[in-house]
Every structure is written in C-alpha cells, then in structure tokens.
Design a protein around this ligand. Structure first.
Ligand code: ZN
Ligand code: FE
Length: 256
C-alpha cells in the first residue's frame, strides 16, 4: 500500500483544504475544497490532474469549490450518503464502513455526526492520515449545529481504535483559541501547558499547528478527556457519565 502525499492549502480566514496525491498511480484528490482557485493553482504547479473531491459535510466553507472543480476537471465527488442532497455535485454516496480507493491508497469511512447530521471522516490507514474536518479539532471539537452531545461523543469514540501516531488533518486553524479554553477546564495538565506554549510560538512564527496527532490530542484535548479526574473535579462532575462531562465541556466552550 503506497502512502499519500498531503499538501495543506490555507484558504478563507482559517480553513484548511488538503490536496492528496497517491504517487504510484498518480491519483489526486482534494478534501473539502472551500474555494476552487487556490486548488486549481496548486494542481497546476504540481502538474497533477484532479480525480476526486472528498467532501466531509455540507457547509459552504467546505464545499464551495465542488462544482467549479468538477466542471473544470471532470473529477468525481464522494461525500456523505446520508446528506447527499446537501453535497454539491455528489457522485459517490458513502456510509459507515465503506472504502474509497485513490489508486493504491484506501480510505475507510466513519460516519461522525454532531457538527452536522451527515458529517463523515476519512481514515487512510496506510498513510496514517485522518481527515475529520469539523468533528475533531486540534485541542477542540466542532460546534453542535445539528447534533446532540451524545452524537458527537459517539463520533469521537470511533477514533479510539486508531493509533496514537495517526495524523489529524482537521478543517480549521483554531488551535490557539482552543488552547485558551482547554486551559480553563484543565489548568494543571502539564502536557497541555507545554503544548499551549508551543502553539503560541508556532502561530507567532506564522506556522500551522495542523496536522496534530491523536496521541497528542488524547493527552491534551479536553473533548477527548471527559474521564479525566482533574477535569471532572474542575467542573464539579466527579460522578457523572463521560457523555455528561463531554456535554458540559462543549456547553462551556460555546460561551467561552
Ligand atoms: Zn462546518
Ligand atoms: Fe468548517
């Protein structure tokens, strides 16, 4: 199984579009093209032709370039089968457990509702790459526009089986503000303190903080740590269920 090359394209205020290329077959895809022009420019610079758009969810800051890119390149569009009517240009409707081949690389599909009802994530095991858009962020998680805390917590738990080294390619550069919030619910976490300092350094140097890894998220992201005794005691929820602790963390973040 050959490994994907992943190129980040920062667009709009804080979105990340990912160009992915499987070198042995020359197959190229793009995850969540919010806008078309920067994707077309990068394709041209690399000499790659676009075969696939991989959509995670219907929001315009993730699908805004779908139709123009399809028109310009003849690519096919894969996306959430359960939300097909809201994914512009969709050709291949994916559900939980489906697999999508890009040449020699293959993604497994997780349905990850919560941010939107139809959100999906793409896990390329052979490339150690998780494209989870607005489900799991670096030090955060997506807002619950169309789902309950239970929905989102169930979605995040699907990533539990993935390795610590898994690279998390999320949809936005929100890490610095997420770190401020994370410290408010987990102030004594020394890994989190160190990471927040790293993030400040990266951002003042103009560097991206993405991708992160699942291992780092497990150690520092409060939304993956509702079982943590220190967070629970900070919230006064020592004896609550994980999902209720998760819900309280999400509620506090909404008004932080
Ligand atoms: Zn979104
Ligand atoms: Fe988004």
């Amino acid at each position: 199984m050959s490994s994907l090359t992943v190129e980040m394209i920062p667009v709009l205020d804080d979105n990340y579009v990912y160009l992915i290329h499987e070198p042995s077959s020359g197959t190229t895809g793009v995850v969540d093209p919010a806008v078309a022009a920067p994707v077309r420019d990068r394709l041209q610079a690399r000499g790659w032709s676009l075969d696939w758009i991989l959509s995670t969810h219907h929001h315009a800051d993730h699908t805004g370039g779908n139709l123009e890119l399809k028109q310009a390149t003849g690519c096919r569009i894969a996306g959430p089968g359960k939300d097909a009517s809201r994914i512009p240009g969709i050709d291949v409707k994916l559900i939980e457990g489906d697999r999508l081949k890009l040449g020699d690389a293959e993604a497994e599909i997780f349905e990850t509702p919560g941010h939107t009802s139809g959100h999906i994530s793409y896990w390329f095991e052979g490339s150690n790459a998780l494209f989870c858009a607005d489900t799991l962020f670096s030090l955060g998680c997506g807002r619950l526009f169309e789902g309950t805390p239970e929905d989102m917590w169930t979605s995040l738990q699907k990533f539990e089986a993935l390795p610590d080294q898994a690279l998390v390619y999320c949809g936005h550069e929100y890490t610095q503000s997420n770190a401020r919030f994370a410290l408010s619910v987990d102030p004594d976490n020394t890994s989190l303190q160190a990471r927040a300092a790293d993030v400040d350094r990266q951002r003042s140097a103009g560097e991206p903080t993405v991708p992160t890894t699942l291992g780092l998220e497990r150690a520092t992201n409060p939304f993956l740590r509702p079982h943590d005794p220190a967070i629970r005691s900070q919230l006064g929820l020592q004896h609550a269920d994980d999902v209720d602790v998760f819900a309280e963390i999400r509620r506090r973040k909404d008004s932080f």
